[in-house]
Design a protein around this ligand. Sequence first.
Ligand code: BEZ
Length: 310
Amino acid sequence: MELRHLRYFVAVAEERNFTRAADRLHIAQPPLSRSIQQLEETLGVQLLERNSRPLKLTETGKFFYLHAAQLIAQTAELESMTRRVGNIERSLSVGFVGSTLYGMLPKIIRRFRDENPTVELSLHEMSTMDQLRALKDGRIDVGFGRIRNEDANIRRVILREEKMIVALPEGHPLSHAKPILALRDLLNETLIIFPKAPRPSYADQVLAAFSDRALEPRRIYEVRELQIALGLVAAGEGVAVVPSSVYGLKRDDVSYKELDDPTLVSPIIMSTRALDESRDICEMLELIYRLYESQKIPYVPRTDRPGDTA
Ligand code: BEZ
């Protein structure tokens, strides 16, 4: 059985008509009919109901169609991923979630450009889930996000686990009450979470932090992004649990407090296409660890074995 047979069968199954399927495939109808017959002979099963109009699939045909369509989608994905890997000699597209801009991302990008002046680097803000799709269809080569998502085609490396802290309106009673806060202290406040969509997102990590401790915030206010959350905190609309790198974004009208539980963290995850070991990706990873070392930023140790992925 060849891939061509699968393509032909999928076209017939979707068009429910040999003439339309032949048009779609840009071939004549007789060779198409012969191929489907050959396929049925090779498999020793009947895929199409005889003499049905419009054409109907047998139960076996429906089963075969589902799997054939998946295989064809995977080959298309493989084609675009391979083309991308082959062509990216000197260009690197990076996807990132907005919150990583408050961490090391700007430094990493500047340093990478200094050290690799011939590589054309482009940056694209997108959610972690969009990064996975963009990696697969070759729109980006590296993604920096926060969501742990399983996908056999994607290699993930957890770079570091960033502590969560609380952003409070300046002068809020909790900003003087005690040196360090517990999530429980926030229960009477409006909790501002971001990003509202797409989900899952950092917002769900914050909500899980509460629900894992059997805590329920009194009111939740979902907003589009971190900057809006901070603006609303400054306006006294509520409090937000933010990654600690946001602390660098000093504002007179917002104060930050640490949380007492060291397990309250949000990971920074680097995603690439599985098995894509192109030089620029390896250099970017090396550079990130060098920066962590030189800036004394705690990170998840790498093991440099295939099993070191998250
Ligand atoms: C970081 O803050 O550690 C980081 C941010 C973006 C990309 C890689 C690392």
